[in-house]
Design a protein around this ligand. Structure first.
Ligand SMILES: [Zn+2]
Ligand SMILES: [Zn+2]
Length: 269
């Protein structure tokens, strides 16, 4: 039986469309067993992370929903931590998703990875070419996973968001594959107890940017070889998108031979 669950959920308190209550209600109506909220942490480099005041409201509202749905649907208080944001106090959240959304170029400017193709083009120019840009992205993912206690690695190859059709770089080039595979393999090899769970994120598909989830299918081979755990998440920014491709990608991952878990299993419930 398919366990319905999503652990990557945004709300109107960061860059989502619907309130935490509306997201919880939609998840419950969809028959979810659990729903994990993962609002964006405050990051000076972007404009959508939750300020201290917003964050306090977010915690209050999610904890109230946890109480309200007790016994019917598990609600978890998580956070999507950006690699450039300040670490929250230990124990404040039930789990952390670690994500790289921004990159600093050699001249010190910070560009979002997933805001607009024009930013990608500008960042590539400042890095002096795609090779350095790609390398810097995966180095940032590597550094984040080395230095932060994240439970889930968010959208591992987000750098491909605007790269459909190879618009900016060749994803099948040996250089690209080496950068991506090297970091993924390294963090799978830390041992099941401390390596993060890698999410299979359907957000880029849902919003029409890509026809495959993050990470791309060729990277699934590494996840399988290294016996990593994966979690299928929708990265929903609206109630209507909560369940997008969750069942399909879970079935595909299991058929492929991946170990698929839900947030309930990670948190020990
Ligand atoms: Zn993200
Ligand atoms: Zn997200």
């Amino acid at each position: 039986m398919q366990v319905k669950s999503n652990a990557h959920t945004h709300t109107s308190l960061c860059d989502g469309l619907d309130t935490p209550a509306a997201m919880a209600q939609a998840a419950y109506r969809l028959g979810f067993k659990s729903l994990g909220f993962s609002g964006h942490s405050f990051c000076p480099a972007d404009g959508y992370g939750m300020t201290a005041e917003r964050l306090a409201q977010y915690c209050r509202e999610v904890l109230a929903l946890k109480h309200e749905y007790q016994g019917r649907m598990a609600v978890y208080l998580g956070l999507e931590l950006d690699s450039m944001s300040v670490m929250p106090a230990a124990g404040q959240f039930e789990y952390l998703i670690g994500s790289v959304h921004n990159l600093q170029t050699p001249v010190g400017r910070v560009y979002p990875i997933d805001a607009a193709p024009a930013d990608t083009a500008a960042a590539i120019a400042e890095f002096g070419g795609v090779a350095a840009y790609v390398q810097a992205y995966f180095a940032a993912v590597d550094e984040m996973l080395n230095s932060r206690p994240v439970d889930i690695c968010g959208h591992f190859d987000l750098i491909c968001k605007y790269n459909a059709g190879g618009r900016f770089f060749a994803e099948d080039s040996p250089e690209y594959k080496k950068s991506a595979a090297g970091v993924l393999r390294r963090h799978c090899r830390k041992g099941a107890m401390i390596s993060p769970v890698f999410e299979i994120n359907t957000g880029g598909m849902c919003r029409g940017y890509l026809r495959r989830p993050y990470p791309d299918y060729w990277l699934w081979e590494i996840l399988r070889d290294e016996k990593a755990w994966v979690m299928v998440n929708s990265d929903a920014h609206a109630a209507a998108d909560l369940a997008f491709q969750l069942a399909e990608q879970r079935a595909a991952a299991e058929k492929f031979g991946l170990k698929v878990v839900t947030i309930d299993e990670i948190l020990g419930y």
